[in-house]
Write a protein of this length. Structure first.
Length: 359
């Protein structure tokens, strides 16, 4: 299989590393500026390099466009001139409708375009932060439009091989969902950080108190604007709808705070907990639900290694792990996820036999 990756930043570089490690007999061609290509080849993210886009895509079975949204759109007409009729072209942009519309104009007789969006990333940027495990257990959205599934089975094979969980969506459905769970939170994090910084100018103790929950909520405020500019412009309509809907939520909180009646706010807290707790188990399209265990451990050196060693010895593969709560000096609760209920049940029995507290 010949795979071409155009753009070797965190996503493109991670794709190259993951594909190289998980798919035998693959040849990966990379295209980027010379300095990035050199680092990517040194890391093993690509096997060959190309000096032009034409050279990069001519013999490709699959082409991944891992550049900003505006660049993806400008590349599409150029690529269609040099690919085979059966070449699959996909992208990793966070906005799908504008890219799909551009692809429908560009892809007339050559190539198969499938919009894509891996829900994975890194706080770092560039090939130096590429990670072959970035897509393990991450949701990978495909928006095939009118294409039949048989036309992009090779792409499905690659996505599954790198450990991602496939989710098929309509482009507009994706953009609405992304606006609510990704693009709106980004603006809220930046807004919260902007407000806190402004207040900190009046009272320097503000940011000294900004630990715990505030730091977690605003973590994504560090994301670079150049990357987000294309996303915000490309999905402006859906983001504005999400902002409008969220203003209604805030207005309800304001109304209840003024009246002193917090009945609806109480119900919101209850509903938020219910749906937040359900997120690891959610399933849609080809997305497989995980099966969770909650393990309480003491705060002591080596306890995580001991817990995972028990599972490793029994050949029980952990698909996801998260530290939910911690009390310094006392202990914390881990959420450990498995592919099937049967594996989770085996893990529960095994961990309890080693004196771990498991729910």
């Amino acid at each position: 299989m010949n795979v071409t990756i155009i753009g070797l930043g965190v996503i493109g570089g991670s794709l190259g590393l993951a594909i190289a490690q998980n798919i035998p007999d693959v040849c990966i061609t990379g295209y980027d500026v010379p300095a990035v290509i050199k680092r990517a080849r040194r890391r093993g993210a690509v096997h060959k390099t190309a000096r032009t886009v034409e050279d990069a895509v001519t013999d490709a079975d699959i082409v991944f466009l891992c550049t900003p949204v505006s660049s993806i759109i400008s590349l599409l007409p150029q690529i269609t001139l040099h690919i085979r009729k059966d070449t699959i072209v996909t992208d990793v942009g966070s906005v799908k409708s504008v890219i799909q519309a551009a692809a429908e104009k560009a892809f007339r007789s050559h190539g198969v375009f499938i919009g894509g969006h891996p829900m994975a990333g890194s706080e770092g940027s560039g090939i130096a932060h590429a990670d072959p495990l970035l897509f393990q257990n991450a949701v990978y959205v495909l928006c095939p439009g009118r294409q039949k599934r048989s036309a992009y089975l090779k792409l499905v094979h690659v996505i599954e091989a790198i450990g991602a969980r496939l989710l098929i969506m309509d482009a507009r459905q994706h953009d609405r969902a992304a606006a609510v769970v990704s693009h709106l939170p980004q603006l809220l994090a930046v807004g919260m950080m902007t407000l806190a910084a402004s207040e900190n100018k009046k009272d320097a103790s503000i940011l000294q108190l900004a630990a715990g929950g505030f730091r977690d909520i605003t973590r994504i405020a560090s994301s670079p604007f150049p990357m987000w500019k294309d996303i915000l412009c490309g999905n402006a309509k859906e983001i504005r709808t999400a902002l409008y809907d969220f203003r209604s939520v805030l207005a309800e909180y304001d109304k209840e705070l003024r009246s002193g009646s917090l009945g609806q706010t109480k119900r919101s807290f209850k509903g938020a907990k219910k749906y937040r707790d359900a997120i690891p188990r959610s399933s849609k399209g080809f997305l497989h639900p995980l099966h969770d265990l909650f393990v309480w451990v003491n705060d002591e050196p080596g306890v995580l290694a001991r817990m995972t060693r028990v599972l490793f010895t029994a050949h029980l593969n952990i698909k996801d792990i998260e530290l939910l709560k911690i009390r310094e000096g006392r202990g914390g609760t881990f959420r450990i996820s498995f592919d099937t209920g049967e594996l989770a049940a085996k893990a529960r029995v095994l961990l309890r036999s080693h004196k771990f507290k498991v729910e």
